[in-house]
Design a protein around this ligand. Structure first.
Ligand code: UDP
Ligand code: MN
Length: 268
């Protein structure tokens, strides 16, 4: 329930949501949820927004920031009071890996330009997920990451960090706390700016050297968190993969990965 640097690891039962809601409502906290729906990934949008309306930060001011190259394919969904959908038109990149990685740059740029004036916290997630249980202000903190569902019980040797010294995402074999998921992180706008700025510039360094980290943006994120420890860590309750057998310790699944046909959505 606690990292060795005393950051809470969020499992069901480790917090009292009523106390937290009282604190966060007192601060009139505003939350931005960033999501990318580039090219064929627009197919995930409807479920994403509909389930977020049911479960994500209910009762708070929420801005959905949707980055897309296909504005016309955005679903028209009526949102609850205090919630709005902001569509940000962005270019698409050819390779799906690059689409995924360039999210860092776009979140960085919009953090200083726009998010800083509109919200207090950002939550940055993949679009190919659906919310299936409550996600509230318990997750909010200066900077947070999420334990990858595939590795939360794995020993460090099994973590799929970047292991080539030539890459800026390199992590030595005797370092690394957790394996964090690339598709679920956040924090204050200032902290997310610093995180995305680091990841993007390290990616660009690698690009200049003709190298790309093994798991793209996820590898750079793991490097960032090694030397800038998160102030909260979300358990895999927050990002579960239903292909994995549900262990005893997992009492709730708050969002789950939507299965996808890779050939039908990638590079389309
Ligand atoms: N993405 C996108 N269009 C693409 C490829 C990726 O919008 O063509 C975005 C989308 O938000 C997606 C995220 O990048 O959820 C990460 O890609 P993906 O989900 O395919 O990676 P995985 O979770 O399978 O590793
Ligand atoms: Mn995904």
């Amino acid at each position: 329930m606690m990292t060795p640097w005393f950051a809470p690891i969020l499992w069901d039962g480790s917090y009292n949501i009523d106390i937290l809601n009282a604190q966060f409502h007192q601060r009139h906290v505003r939350i931005g949820l960033t999501v990318f729906a580039i090219k064929k990934y627009t197919v995930f949008m409807k479920t994403f927004i509909e389930t977020a309306e049911k479960f994500f930060m209910v009762g708070y001011k929420v801005n959905y920031y949707v980055f897309t190259d296909r504005v016309k394919e955005m679903p028209n969904i009526t949102l609850a009071d205090g919630r709005q959908l902001v569509v940000l038109e962005v270019p698409s990149y050819k390779r799906w890996q690059e689409v995924s990685m360039r999210r860092m740059e776009m979140i960085r740029d919009n953090s200083s330009k726009r998010f800083i004036n509109e919200v207090d916290y950002l939550v940055c997630v993949d679009v190919d997920i659906k919310f299936t249980d409550e996600v509230g202000v318990e997750i909010l903190s200066d900077v947070f990451g999420t334990l990858h569902p595939g590795y939360f019980r794995a020993p460090r040797e099994h973590f799929t960090y970047e292991r080539r010294k030539a890459s800026a995402a390199y992590i030595p074999p005797d370092e690394g706390d957790f394996y964090y998921a690339g598709g679920y992180f956040g924090g204050t706008v200032e902290e997310v700016y610093m995180l995305t700025s680091f990841c993007h510039s390290e990616m660009m360094t690698d690009k200049g050297n003709n190298i790309e980290a093994i798991w793209h943006d996820e590898s750079y994120l793991n490097k960032y968190f090694l030397y800038h420890k998160p102030t909260k860590v979300l358990s895999p309750e927050y990002l579960w993969d239903d292909n994995i057998e549900v262990p005893e310790v997992l009492k709730r699944r708050r969002s789950v990965i939507v299965p996808k046909n890779y050939n039908a959505v990638r590079n389309r």
